[in-house]
Ligand binder design. Sequence first.
Ligand code: 5GP
Length: 119
Amino acid sequence: MSYDTNNIFAKILRKEIPCNPVVETPHTLAFNDIAPQAPTHILIIPKDAYVTYGDFINNASPEEILDFNQTIATLIEQNGLNEAGYRIISNAGEHGGQEVPHFHVHLLGGRHLGNLLQE
Ligand code: 5GP
């Protein structure tokens, strides 16, 4: 699985294009999605180069994986999503509908999110 260093999130990480950051940690960056699908729509990405969830889990260090997951938990708390609920999604590859080939998780909340899959 080769990593395309010209993908849009790699450019955001290199600060070649701007983003609206929400949280930054040693290993993780979170920023608002440019086309939000819900009142809260945050993208969480590792700073190192991984393509998919599987790539990240198989190849990242335990510190990176812990930092990434703790960042998601922090964002759930910060956005007050625990009570009403939320959804986390990671699209991978063609069948997953992944548009940006840098591993990321979508954190969505703030409204009823409907069915899981919509064609
Ligand atoms: P995917 O389909 O790969 O899971 O989702 C990619 C997400 O990245 C989409 O929700 C899209 O709106 C978002 N996105 C694409 N380009 C940019 C960008 O330049 N800035 C930000 N903040 N989000 C982006």
